[in-house]
Design a protein around this ligand. Structure first.
Ligand code: ATP
Ligand code: ZN
Ligand code: MG
Ligand code: MG
Length: 471
């Protein structure tokens, strides 16, 4: 990829979130992640080129120096900042515009700075050798997997019903989604296979922005926001079926839809519980019990046959949950510490740099975050460290997991007849090679904390008014 010879015809629309738009290269396994900002500001960009460059460099630094240490290097691809020709960016923005979902068009792509983040394309990984079957990639945005236990929590309901489940009522009440998702993150993070299976089934039934499937780098399954259509399970099954035909099923192509879906979910659960790569392997060092239940989850506790195993400590879910749990005070307790920092900065504005309020996200930042004393000594340093821990936890509550699956029997078909025969005759689901990554690891700004407190209050009061009262 030569930065001075960029051609918009080599790139296509790939997807977008609330803060960035992503295009993928048609041949290379690369994506460009460009910033977005509110459409009202489209005439005059909200920041200078230098500021845009700094913002993206901060994302790279935060990901590589802070989050990769908390989440595990093996899951993280931090990428690099690139400076693109402005003409290329303008042409690209015109080219992708008509493919963007209407509900995302309240923001426009940044065409002024020419800055972007260049990353490996995690939906078309180059796993082992190229195979005939395109890789299947599943993106899960799991959200927060635990209930707060801080003494600062003022409403009892927050210790019983998880944030995601409460937030669903708020989103439906505000028209953001037509239907509530019955997914509960506490089930996904439980480490109990039955509960995880249950959670993923509900992600499939109502994906919202928490679940997507890519085949050969193309998104083949996701939600359309605001749309009334119930999701098209048949088209999903059409995509999945070829990956799950094995044993006798391969001969007569007969396999019930339920069996295909069950096998798919089982493979996904295996990948989420694994150490992050390879062909399965043994579970080791399971730590902790399934932490808790959310009262809003429809999973019937009595159904648990095998007890709670907890998450293996090398699994992606364990690492994400541990990082989320750096939020020890809950937003209600954290806000008090935020106020302490804010007061200090009003009195001593120059301290903003020494305290690294807006970065830089280097080793010193990570050390401050990790060496935070257990007890509050009343200092501003303690408050800053807690705020930084909270912000890292927020990033871990917002990140996505990408699981890439490649059927491994296929790979060995040509050179290992034995293996092929075994798979062919086997009555077990086929083996997959998989790799697990974490994406979307932007730092959360210090100033977003008051907004977090207000949102928390709105969600809880909405739930108490509406959702909590429903059967
Ligand atoms: P959010 O609203 O969740 O904060 P965001 O604006 O921060 O999203 P991302 O989540 O980083 O943006 O990217 C948007 C989408 O683009 C992702 O959900 C994913 O589907 C796709 N994407 C992002 N990075 C990659 C990558 N490295 N490889 C493949 N696809 C990617
Ligand atoms: Zn829940
Ligand atoms: Mg995202
Ligand atoms: Mg994001």
């Amino acid at each position: 990829m030569e930065l001075d010879k960029m051609d918009e015809n080599d790139w296509k629309y790939h997807g977008e979130g609330n803060k960035s738009l992503v295009v993928s290269h048609v041949q290379l396994s690369r994506v460009l992640r460009l910033l977005k900002y509110p459409a009202e500001d489209s005439e005059n960009p909200p920041q200078t080129v230098e500021q845009a460059y700094r913002q993206i460099q901060n994302i790279v630094d935060f990901s590589s120096n802070v989050m990769s240490s908390l989440l595990g290097e093996k899951f993280i691809h931090s990428g690099e900042v690139v400076k693109l020709p402005l003409e290329f960016v303008r042409q690209l923005s015109i080219k992708v515009q008509h493919q963007r979902p209407a509900w995302r068009c309240d923001k426009v792509m940044d065409i002024y700075s020419g800055c972007a983040l260049c990353l490996p394309n995690l939906t078309s990984p180059v796993l082992h050798q190229p195979t005939h079957t395109p890789p299947l990639c599943i993106e899960i945005k799991p959200k927060c997997g635990f209930l707060p236990s801080s003494k600062h929590v003022s409403k009892d309901i927050k210790t019983k019903v998880c944030r995601f489940c409460m937030h669903q009522h708020y989103k439906v009440a505000n028209g953001k989604w037509k239907r509530r998702s019955l997914y509960c993150p506490l089930d996904l993070f439980s480490g109990n296979r039955q509960r995880m299976h249950f959670a993923i089934r509900h992600l499939i039934e109502e994906p919202q922005n928490n679940f997507k499937i890519f085949k050969g780098g193309q998104c083949v399954y996701s939600s359309k926001e605001g749309s009334d259509d119930s999701i098209d399970l048949n088209s999903l099954l059409h995509h999945l079926r070829p990956y799950f035909l094995y044993g006798n099923n391969r001969i007569n192509s007969h396999m019930t839809s339920k069996a295909v879906l069950n096998d798919f979910i089982q493979v996904l659960v295996n990948a989420l519980l694994s150490g992050g790569g390879g062909d399965g392997g043994v579970m080791t060092d399971r730590r902790g019990e399934g932490r808790s239940f959310c009262e809003a989850s429809l999973f019937n506790k009595e159904r648990i046959r095998h007890g709670s195993q907890g998450l293996p400590s090398d699994s992606v879910l364990f690492r994400i949950l541990q990082t989320q749990m750096l939020d020890t005070q809950d937003i209600e307790g954290l806000y008090l510490l935020y106020r302490r920092v804010e007061q200090h900065l009003q009195d001593f504005p120059k301290e903003r740099t020494r305290l690294q309020i807006d970065g830089p996200y280097n080793e010193a930042f990570l050390e401050k975050l990790q060496k935070c004393p257990a007890e509050d000594d009343g200092s501003v340093e303690y408050a800053v460290a807690k705020v930084h821990q909270y912000c890292a936890a927020m990033t871990a509550k917002d990140c996505s997991i990408m699981v890439a699956l490649v059927p491994s029997s296929e790979e060995e078909e040509d050179d290992d007849g034995q293996r092929r025969l075994r798979d062919f005759l086997s009555s077990r689901p086929p083996a997959f090679s998989y790799s697990v990554s974490i994406l979307d690891l932007d730092p959360k700004p210090f100033d977003s904390i008051p907004r977090q407190l207000r949102l928390d209050q709105k969600i809880v009061s909405c739930y108490l008014r509406t959702g909590g009262a429903l059967p």
